[in-house]
Design a protein around this ligand. Structure first.
Ligand SMILES: *Cc1c(COP(=O)(O)O)cnc(C)c1O
Length: 217
């Protein structure tokens, strides 16, 4: 199967109203072009340098870009002039740095808050009970717009995965009903190659699929 065929096949499994992000990390731009030919319009990268390089090469393609990796504070400055959705806003410090760097240029940053739903020590993301610390900081900001939530789940069986996805959906729905400055709950980004079908079942509206489209890394 080619990347184009994989893309068409994967798109056929995506429910109405769900955005498929092709996770092209470590893969060459030729493969992104193939996936684009197969109909994918959203792509995600997890390293700032790779994202920028690929954006530049593919600047004539009407692609929507996503930054899905952990964002170090010293890399924020490279994203200020770029049109992308940052999925990994995960600390008050990072919110402050974004506010400062984007504010310097009068630009607005679009992001999702990453939740460490499996409470894994090795993983990034905010714990659910600390979510309101970030929300409070975002409400004080002028240059950040939060558009939803993101999670990376632990490697678990279907039953446990569904429990985490439900937990995320409940949190998403709860925040959607409240009214916060600079926060508009549009996207619930969860689900990868192994579990995106469960994620969509449980209410994800943005899935991030790499290996199923581009092959093993
Ligand atoms: C690599 C990655 C994915 C895609 O994972 P696959 O198993 O290849 O589908 C999704 N989200 C994030 C944050 C990733 O780093």
């Amino acid at each position: 199967m080619t990347v184009k065929e994989n893309s068409i096949e994967t798109l056929n499994t995506i429910k109405d109203g769900v955005t498929l992000i092709g996770v092209s990390k470590t893969k060459p731009v030729e493969m992104i072009k193939e996936a684009f030919d197969g109909g994918i319009r959203n792509f995600g990268e997890n390293k700032v340098q790779d994202l920028i390089a690929k954006m530049d090469i593919l600047k004539d393609y009407p692609i929507k870009w996503h930054f899905i990796g952990h964002l170090q504070k010293n890399k924020v400055k490279y994203l200020v002039d770029r049109e992308c959705l940052i999925h990994s806003i995960d600390s008050v410090d990072l919110v402050r740095e974004i506010e400062k760097k984007y504010g310097n240029k009068g630009r607005s940053c679009r992001g999702l808050i990453q939740i460490n739903i499996g409470r894994e020590e090795s993983k990034f993301g905010v714990l659910k009970e600390d979510l309101y610390d970030i929300i409070e900081e975002v409400e004080k900001s002028e240059f950040i717009k939060i558009e939803g939530l993101m999670a990376i789940l632990p490697k678990e069986n279907e039953e446990i995965l569904r429990k985490y996805f439900k937990d995320m959906k409940n949190t998403f729905d709860k925040l959607s009903k409240e009214s916060f400055k600079n926060i508009d709950m549009k996207f619930l980004s969860m689900g990868m190659t192994n579990d995106y079908l469960y994620a969509m079942d449980e209410g994800s509206n943005m899935v991030r699929v790499g290996r199923k489209i581009f092959g093993e890394r």
